[in-house]
Write a protein that binds this ligand. Structure first.
Ligand code: 0L1
Ligand code: MG
Length: 256
């Protein structure tokens, strides 16, 4: 339907031009979650048409801290492309974003596909490696405000991500300490348990949600399990580091 494609174009252009747009639900209060995932797909298809490649998925709103921060209390997922990947220890330019925030994440590297209803044991068996990560989220909506269908259509706010060193996944991931430092000062503290009680539960949810949309998580995909803490705003010149117990650190610098 044309209006879905029109919304997809609006969000795609907002991302490309780093310009905020009004929430879609202001124009269309009856927008459903199903419509929103269709818009997300159409808008990411526009990027694929420009030569980007899908490299995985992100889960969003899997922790209470994130739900509280944005006032939406249901999980959502989005698509990751190669153009969103940032170099570990590298820098990002604020010019490419509207009002970016950063959040600590756990990333899974898939060693096998995963789809449908799976147990945590089956999810773990499909994981090749686990890493500390950070996601740059940058809602394309004015004032970073949205309802659930808005944020889903907007690729669950995903704008960039950075992955640290990969680790053996056969370790206890249930309650790993997490700190987010800005310029060497600890600004957020959390635990991997903040992700649905165990980060593997996010992977279980991801398999089910992606299948509902007719897709599956592929071998080689990266899956971001969801923000662990609230996400502070990024400002020029900041040095950002996330450290996760037993998994290591991942860093980024914001260009001045
Ligand atoms: O913070 C937000 O923009 C909500 C969607 C992304 C949340 C997450 O990745 O956990
Ligand atoms: Mg996130």
């Amino acid at each position: 339907m044309n209006w879905l494609a029109d919304f997809a174009e609006t969000l795609d252009q907002a991302a490309v031009g780093a310009r905020a747009v009004p929430q879609l639900t202001h124009a269309r209060p009856d927008l459903t979650v199903e419509d929103a995932y269709a818009i997300q797909k159409l808008s990411i298809d526009r990027r694929l048409d420009r030569g980007e490649r899908l490299v995985g998925i992100k889960m969003g709103l899997t922790s209470r801290a994130k739900m509280r921060q944005v006032g939406v209390d249901q999980m959502a997922w989005g698509r990751l492309t190669d153009a969103m990947m940032l170099d570990e220890g590298g820098s990002l330019s604020l010019a490419n974003f509207i009002h970016p925030r950063i959040e600590p994440e756990i990333a899974f590297l898939m060693g096998a596909p995963l789809a449908g209803r799976v147990t945590m044991v089956e999810a773990l068996a499909a994981v090749a490696a686990v890493a500390p990560a950070m996601e740059v989220i940058d809602s394309r909506y004015e004032d970073f405000k949205f309802a659930l269908p808005d944020v889903i259509a907007d690729n669950s706010s995903s704008s960039g991500f950075v992955i640290g060193g990969w680790n053996d996944p056969s370790q206890d991931l249930s309650n790993l300490g997490v700190i987010l430092e800005v310029d060497g000062a600890v600004t957020e503290v959390g635990s991997s348990a903040a992700i649905l009680g165990h980060p593997l539960r996010s992977l279980v949810a991801a398999a089910a949600m992606v299948s509902q949309g007719g897709g599956r998580i592929e071998e080689g995909d990266i899956v971001l399990a969801g923000g662990i803490t609230a996400a502070p705003a990024l400002h020029g010149g900041q040095a950002i580091r996330t450290t996760i117990e037993n998994l290591g650190s991942v860093a980024l610098r914001v260009q001045a």
